[in-house]
Design a protein around this ligand. Structure first.
Ligand code: EPU
Length: 340
C-alpha cells in the first residue's frame, strides 16, 4: 500500500463502538493481501502496530502510537460443497453479520445463532465469538493469517487455534504475531438448528427440531438481542464488558447456599456464573457513574451515555469488579481488549 493511503493523526472515535476519543498516529485500510504485505514490509520494524476490526470489542485507553491497521479485505463465496456441507470463505474486513445474513439466506445452517454480533470476520476468531449456545469454533474449517514479521500467509485448522471461551491463540500466546485476514467455515445443508439456549428453547421448544429453519432462528436471535443489548449506533457500548467467570465446584456450592437465586451452569471443569446476575445483585444494573453506566436491560454491558473518557470506563469497571468481589468473592475478568 502506498504511503498516500495512510491517514495521519486519524480520529478513531467512529472506529470504536464505545465511542472513546482517540487518534491513531498512522491509520491504514489495506484491501488486499498484497497491500497488507507491502504495508508490513515498509514499516519500521520497531514501530508499534495494532489491528482493529469493527472496534466493537475495544477499550482505547489513549492515542495509538505507530501504525493501526483496519483491514478492508472483503468478499465472501462458497468454495466447495458435498451432499451434507458447504464451505464458505470470507475476507477479514467483511461485516460479520453480512456473512451470517448471506449464509442464512442460502438456507445453510451454522451461523444463525451468531446473528447481529457487531464487528468483522477477522475479529471473530480472535475472541471466538459466541452467543445463544453456539461458538464460532464449532464451524471454523481454517483461519487464514499473515505473519507480521515475514508477511507470509499461513492457514490454521480449527484444532490449531486453541479456541476456548472468548479466547484463541491469536488473543493469547500469539497476540500481535499474526493478522487474521480471512476465515473458512464449514456449514450444513441439512442439519437441525441448535435451539437449546433459554430464550430459543422457550420459543421453539414445542416444534419438530428438523422443521426449524436457520432463518427463523436468526429472526428470533435478532429479536432477543434487540430487546436486551443496546444498539451501539444508538447507545455506545462494547457488548459484554466482563467474561462469565468459571469457579470451582465447591465455591459454586457455597455460593448457591448463601444465594439461592445464583445463576450458574455446570461445565466440564467448574461452574460458569452469569456475570450479569452478579453485577445486578451488586446493585449496578442501570446505575451510572458519571457519563458511563451498566445497561438497564443487561447489567453485563457497560454503556457510554455520551462524552466518556477511557478513565471513566475503567473507573466504573473497577468499581463493579470491587463490589462483585466484596459480595461474592468472585473476580471478574474484562472481556474487551485494552489498547494500546
Ligand atoms: N442476568 C441477570 N441480570 C442481567 C443480565 C443477565 O440476572 O442483567 C442473568 C439471567 O439469569 C440470564 C443470564 O444471566 O438468564 C444469562 O444472560 P444472557 O442470556 O443475557 O447472557 P450472558 O451470559 O449475560 C452471554 C454472552 C453474550 C451473548 C449471550 C447470549 C459473554 C461474556 N456474553 O451473555 O455475548 O450474547 O450470552 O448467548 O459470554 C458479548 O460477548 O459481547 C456478548 C454480548
Amino acid at each position: 500500500m502506498s504511503t498516500e493511503g495512510i491517514q495521519r493523526e486519524a480520529d478513531l472515535s467512529g472506529l470504536n463502538t464505545l465511542r472513546l476519543p482517540a487518534r491513531a498516529q498512522r491509520l491504514a485500510r489495506p484491501a488486499t493481501l498484497d497491500a497488507l504485505e507491502q504495508l508490513l514490509a515498509e514499516r519500521p520494524q520497531d514501530e508499534p502496530l495494532q489491528v482493529i476490526g469493527g472496534g466493537s470489542n475495544l477499550v482505547i485507553q489513549s492515542d495509538l502510537p505507530g501504525l493501526t491497521i483496519c483491514l478492508a479485505i472483503d468478499g465472501m463465496a462458497k468454495v466447495k460443497e458435498d451432499d451434507h456441507h458447504v464451505w464458505v470463505a470470507a475476507g477479514g474486513g467483511v461485516h460479520w453479520d453480512d456473512l451470517v445474513a448471506w449464509t442464512v439466506e442460502q438456507g445453510w445452517q451454522g451461523l444463525e445463532n451468531l446473528s447481529l454480533i457487531p464487528g468483522t470476520v477477522g475479529a471473530a476468531p480472535f475472541q471466538n465469538i459466541g452467543a445463544y449456545g453456539v461458538e464460532l469454533s464449532q464451524v471454523v474449517e481454517q483461519v487464514t493469517v499473515m505473519e507480521v514479521a515475514s508477511g507470509k500467509v499461513l492457514h490454521f485448522a480449527a484444532s490449531e487455534c486453541d479456541f476456548a471461551y472468548r479466547d484463541s491463540r491469536f488473543k493469547s500466546r500469539d497476540r500481535g504475531r499474526y493478522i487474521i485476514t480471512g476465515l473458512e467455515l464449514r456449514l450444513n445443508r441439512t442439519a437441525a438448528c441448535n435451539v437449546s439456549y433459554g430464550p430459543l428453547q422457550a420459543h421453539f421448544g414445542g416444534q419438530d427440531p428438523t422443521a426449524v429453519t436457520p432463518a427463523a432462528v436468526r429472526d428470533k436471535v435478532i429479536e432477543v438481542r434487540r430487546s436486551k443489548l443496546p444498539d451501539p449506533a444508538a447507545l455506545a457500548n462494547a457488548g459484554s464488558f466482563f467474561k462469565n467467570p468459571v469457579v470451582a465446584t465447591d465455591k459454586a456450592a457455597q455460593l448457591r447456599q448463601t444465594f439461592p437465586g445464583l445463576v450458574a451452569f455446570d461445565q466440564a471443569e467448574g461452574v460458569k456464573l452469569a456475570a450479569g446476575w452478579l453485577i445486578e445483585q451488586a446493585g449496578w444494573k442501570g446505575r451510572r457513574l458519571g457519563p458511563v453506566g451498566m445497561h438497564s436491560e443487561q447489567a453485563l454491558v457497560l454503556v457510554n451515555h455520551g462524552g466518556a473518557s477511557s478513565a471513566d470506563v475503567l473507573a466504573l469497571a473497577s468499581a463493579v469488579r470491587r463490589d462483585v468481589w466484596e459480595r461474592f468473592g468472585v473476580s471478574l475478568e474484562q472481556e474487551p481488549v485494552l489498547l494500546p
